[in-house]
Design a protein around this ligand. Sequence first.
Ligand code: ARG
Length: 295
Amino acid sequence: MTEIRPLSWGRRYLMCRPEHFRVDYAINPWMDVDAPVDPDLALGQWDDLAATIERAGAAVERISQLPGTPDMVYAMNYGLVDGDHVAITSFRHDQRRPEAEAAEWWFGETGMRTTRVADAGVGAFEAGDAFLFGDSLVVADGPRTDRATHAVLGRELGVRVASVGVVHPALYHLDLSFCPLDETRAIVAPAAWDRAGRATVAALVPDPLVIDEDEAFTFCANSVVIGDVVVMPAGVPARVARRLEAWGFSVQTVDVSELHKGGGSIRCMTLPLDTVLDDARLTVEPRPREQGVPV
Ligand code: ARG
């Protein structure tokens, strides 16, 4: 068994306590406006999640939820962090746009620089569709992100982008089908992707843990990895947990079923604040000229 080579990120998260969580509209197939949400249960489950993440050794920063933005609890989507720069999400749906503004304010207060992908006018980009893995920023081209934004991101961040076509309506964000575990391993759900996307991920991930559609529907790819701890939603298939443990990870589960009603789970609720995209950076430092070489 090769040992775990931990991800370079995942020790600091931004989270939003579900003070105003509801299902008021349906913008993904999981959301049912007629299914009641238990607000106290949602708060309790979220507190449990935040405590579990802290116990696993990561820091949790908190942003307060704006009334009238029930999906703000899914913080992963505010933007993509690269050091002290954040590429702010350009939401597909109007209902979520105020969240981007609230988050942009928070990042500014924290001393981070923000740019808006929306300014390029080329379409939607939601940060739940982007992950650093290997030498690339893997970005979905699918229900929530338009392919034209990939070039904008590549240019703005100076990174190599690997595009993955997401075609499954219920696995609408990349973070529902792709979960980086360490430098060579990731949970992958090819059922979410088109043929080219499957080939792209296969070329990028040396050691995949392949899950099928039913397994992906447990939200087990929507997990958070803190060193060798994988914080997963309760209901993770035993096969998946066993595979992770055989690799040397420790699996901790949290019941966030109330939050699943909005179509998101653990990863959706946690925005990594410590991502630096250097491994995907394109800028090649000019080689220092050798001294004293005769011409
Ligand atoms: N209701 C939210 C939406 O449809 C859920 C977002 C889930 N977040 C995620 N990163 N997958 O936008």
